[in-house]
Design a protein around this ligand. Structure first.
Ligand code: ADP
Ligand code: MG
Length: 618
């Protein structure tokens, strides 16, 4: 597949079938209670759909964007409901006015939850969120003086005339569902949202390029819960009775998951579409078979069917189908993101502002001092010490398993050392989080490239953050100066035309180049490259060497782990040789090739330097 040219990026007409359908659906929902005022049953079904819609769109932020699957999401509904149910008997105002407090309560508890589960991932996260839900239920059941216990709480009846019926609930919850959907749309296009997707795709990588993942995850939990809390307050008033079992129900969480997966996890409208399918399904099974537990069975079956036959959900499947009929066009959102950028961008200038110019002083920019890293009984890094001069191109070579990648992990903060120190420009960084190291000018690539596969090349390159700033979070993900800079950098690595493509479509070598451009967005002073030439074709190797050399001329310091000896020996001015976890030799490329220790540990006795020299000069 070739990259679509920027000129082909068209403007989308405002009147499309899709938009017309949206407007029609919206008008129908708004008009329904007015046209059928007596139809309480269908109004109630729609109210339940809106409540589930608020919950599944909220859940989408944490599960769809951030990749953290929570099964405790329905707790926020209960928290909002109880906030209003408890307050309404103390302050005698309309529960509608109290509902925002339900949102605040949900947000506060979400922040607490978010900060306690910051260090858990995957299965542990799922289990902790279930525990959280049951904890809430237990509090509701076991603090009768405060919550009314299992007897529940009764709320006042609505004071308005009977012929108005459920309309206030209907319209407020409809508005809330639309607000929640708008919120997810907005989040997805901000730097915050892009950071969340980066966390979903590869959390360690996100941290390495300056995404302060802890803050992002807490904020995502808050965003996912806050509107559910508001909805819970209104829902409690609608029900006029709440109890812990009904309000902190894991089945509701299951419905949230089902609705979102069915409609399309991570899409904007998928969770809403899912709510429109799951609630009626629930009603039908309740009507047709009144037996207890049958809807459980149906949910289970549908969930299994969705996972097996519609793993991406309805909206992505439909979109894929339409796009394949149109002949493999790039998804519209992607083209749109790039269209904005291209309009803003002047012809790319050549790169030329990375860090300070190379100082000839040769003072150490990076110092590694007595590092030790043990994995169980294996000591992968064993008293490793070396210094990297500012402005140098330092090669780090050694046999497989000698600890090179682990040293990179210790320097960049992916792992913590058991012993030893790491200093960047004279300051200790070994206690810092990966993003704080990135803010100080440290960048690294990974042995196997780690771009965010579902983000576009352009989004990948603008994702890095040079510092953490609250006011940057709501900024557009791809726009302005950074987008221009990203395009320059892509041009610099020769891939300017690939901006709109999803990163997974690139070849391995192209990914390495994009990863380099991505790092350069950080404006680092020191870059650690882990096997930049591994597994790519010779033509690209040359381009990578040229790129590294050009960047070094502009002042960037490099440490390069590489097995391609002709390449490193020709490129680097200093060589470090590792064996069994520590540096056994250091010197110029010439020196180490005649060092018996190096020949013994790595290059081999029959190492032929002339052949390498010839190959390098050929
Ligand atoms: P190199 O990059 O020089 O090939 P590594 O740093 O990847 O070497 O690995 C050094 C040693 O540490 C190897 O024996 C490897 O199996 C081991 N190792 C690396 N990472 C881990 C890990 N996360 N858990 C356990 N052992 C590891
Ligand atoms: Mg390695």
């Amino acid at each position: 597949m070739t990259a679509p040219s920027n000129a082909a990026v068209g403007r989308k007409p405002v009147v499309t079938l899709r938009n017309a359908l949206f407007v029609l659906a919206g008008l129908t929902l708004v008009a329904f209670p007015l046209l059928r005022p007596g139809d309480q049953y269908h109004q109630t079904v729609l109210i339940l759909i809106f409540v589930l819609g608020v919950m599944s769109t909220g859940w989408n932020v944490i599960a769809g964007f951030t990749g953290y699957v929570s099964l405790g999401q329905s707790a926020f509904l209960g928290i909002g409901a109880y906030t209003v149910g408890l307050l309404v008997h103390k302050v005698h105002v309309s529960p509608f006015l109290l509902a925002p407090l339900g949102g605040i309560a949900a947000a506060v508890i979400a922040a607490l939850l978010g900060s306690t589960i910051m260090r858990t991932r995957e299965h542990a996260y799922v289990i902790i969120t279930i525990a959280f839900l049951f904890l809430m239920q237990a509090i509701g059941l076991n603090a009768p003086a405060f919550t009314g216990g299992s007897d529940g709480i009764t709320l006042p009846l609505p004071p308005w005339p009977l012929d108005i019926g459920n309309m206030p609930f209907y319209y407020s919850l409809l508005a809330l569902m639309l607000l929640s959907t708008w919120m997810t749309w907005w989040i997805r296009r901000t730097k915050f949202g892009m950071g969340l997707v980066a966390i979903r795709e590869d959390e360690d990588k996100a941290a390495a390029i300056g995404v302060r993942t802890s803050v992002y995850k807490v904020l995502a939990t808050v965003a996912s819960g806050v509107l559910i809390g508001v909805a819970g307050g209104i829902y409690a008033y609608f029900l006029t009775f709440i109890d812990p079992r009904g309000m902190f129900d894991i089945l509701v969480s299951v419905q949230i998951v089902l609705a979102t997966l069915l409609g399309g996890l991570g899409t904007i409208w998928g969770p809403v579409l899912g709510a429109f399918l799951v609630v009626p399904m629930n009603e039908v099974t309740n009507d047709v078979v009144a037996a207890q537990g049958v809807h459980l069975f149906v949910f289970g079956l549908v969930l299994m069917a969705v996972v097996m036959f519609l793993p991406r959900g309805l909206i992505p499947t439909l979109r894929g189908w339409i796009e394949s009929r149109r002949g493999g066009e790039v998804a519209f959102e992607r083209r749109q993101a790039v269209a904005r950028v291209v309009e803003l961008t002047a012809p790319p200038a050549t790169a030329g502002r990375f860090g300070p110019r190379a100082s000839e002083s040769g003072r150490p920019l990076l110092q590694v001092d007595g590092l030790v890293k043990r994995f169980g009984g294996l000591t992968a890094v064993d008293g490793c010490s070396f210094a990297v001069a500012e402005g140098s191109l330092t090669g780090l070579i050694g046999p497989n398993g000698s600890g090179k990648t682990t040293v990179f992990n210790l320097v960049s903060g992916m792992m913590r050392a058991n012993e030893g120190r790491v200093l960047l420009d004279g300051e200790r960084i070994d206690g810092l989080q990966p993003w704080d190291r990135a803010y100080r000018g440290l960048g690294r690539t990974f042995q196997s490239t780690r771009l965010f596969p579902k983000l576009t090349v352009m989004e990948n390159v603008v994702a890095p953050l040079k510092r953490f700033q609250w006011d940057l979070l709501p900024a557009d993900a791809v726009s302005g100066r950074e987008a221009k800079r990203a395009l320059e950098l892509l041009d610099f690595v020769g891939l300017a035309d690939f901006g709109p493509q999803p990163a997974w479509q690139l070849s391995f070598g192209q990914k390495k180049l994009v990863e380099l451009a991505q790092l350069l967005m950080l404006e680092p002073r020191l870059i650690l490259l882990d096997e930049p030439a591994g597994g790519i074709n010779p033509g690209l190797i040359e381009r990578i060497s040229d790129t590294i050399r050009a960047l070094n001329k502009q002042g960037l310091t490099f440490v390069i782990v590489e097995h391609n000896m002709p390449m490193v020996l020709e490129l680097c001015d200093t060589m470090l040789v590792m064996a069994r976890g520590s540096v056994i030799a250091e010197g110029s490329p010439d020196d180490i090739q005649s060092n018996p220790l190096v020949l013994d540990a790595y290059l081999g006795e029959d190492w032929n330097r002339e052949a390498v020299d010839e190959e390098a000069s050929a």
